[in-house]
Write a protein that binds this ligand. Structure first.
Ligand code: PAF
Length: 280
């Protein structure tokens, strides 16, 4: 696996791959890679001839009081994992390469990026769409893989790609869970064993709601109330939002449309913010 840290190096590589008729599959990440990321890389390897992973802790998607400084970083470990999962190239730009001091251009999606996550993280999606647009221009992928775990991010990126005519196919990678059901997240590294135990309540609630839907419950209000109730069983879990939404628009639904509804939630677990979701 080769590493690259300049834009020109990465663009030259992309142009060469494209000229040679090879398909570029891209997985953007912020590092601290876990099995969920590795599954996205493995999926990318089935979609393209040249697999590129970017590792960049994007400063502009963190709010002023968020965890940018403490975000887990392990470049050597990440590179070994990328290699093992089948990546051919890792793009590792420095902060000043993507966001020099005089940087002043941003990409905003203004509909899908409005509700849910954006209510408590108002600059998050602007940071994501801006860096993803830049990475697409640098890596020039034919396909890019995003995790279903960040369902709103996935929907926002899909909308940006459609609205701005990026010639990139966006593919969703399923959420990877530990054997006990906890969705893998780089932020799980913050959890103590006791907190991790409490976090299991999230997937338990999602599973319970999926069973209710399987038994015929369709009222979103009822499902949201039950999810909130189940989560509140553990007083360490503080609900930020729970909603039943259309997975493409993030608009709230009043009734589940089987196959086209997403139960999505965010909670605080002490100081750690966790998100999860289930397609209904
Ligand atoms: O999901 C992430 O890790 C980040 O939001 C992304 C897509 C790499 C952009 O920084």
């Amino acid at each position: 696996m080769q590493t690259h840290d300049t834009v020109s190096d990465m663009q030259t590589l992309a142009r060469g791959a494209r000229a040679g008729g090879r398909t570029i599959a891209f997985v953007p990440t912020m590092g601290a890679l876990h099995e969920g990321h590795l599954n996205l890389i493995r999926l990318a390897a089935t979609k393209g001839d040249v697999v590129v992973v970017s590792i960049f802790v994007n400063p502009i998607q963190f709010g002023p009081n968020e965890d940018f400084d403490h975000y887990p970083r392990d470049l050597d470990g990440d590179l070994a994992k990328c290699r093992e999962a089948g990546a051919h190239h890792a793009f590792l730009p420095a902060r000043a390469t993507l966001f020099p001091d005089d940087y002043s251009t941003y990409v905003t999606e203004e509909a899908v990026a409005e509700p849910l996550e954006a209510v408590s993280r108002p600059t998050f999606f602007r940071g994501v769409t801006t860096v993803v647009a830049k990475l697409f221009n640098i890596v020039q992928p034919h396909v890019a893989i995003f995790g279903q775990k960040d369902a709103q991010q996935l929907a926002v990126v899909r909308k940006m790609v459609a609205d701005l005519h990026f010639p990139v196919e966006i593919i969703a990678g399923e959420t990877t869970r530990d054997a006990d059901g906890l969705a893998l997240s780089s932020r799980n590294a913050y959890l103590t064993p006791g907190q991790r135990e409490a976090a299991l309540g999230i997937n338990r609630a999602l599973e319970q709601i999926k069973s209710m839907v399987a038994l015929g419950e369709r009222r979103a209000e009822r499902l949201v109330a039950e999810t909130t109730h189940l989560l509140s069983d553990d007083r360490r879990l503080r609900v930020i939002y729970v909603a039943v939404v259309n997975p493409a628009t993030m608009h709230k639904q009043t009734d589940v449309e089987p196959g086209n509804s997403l139960l999505t939630l965010a909670v605080w677990l002490d100081q750690t913010r966790l998100i999860d979701n289930a397609l209904l």
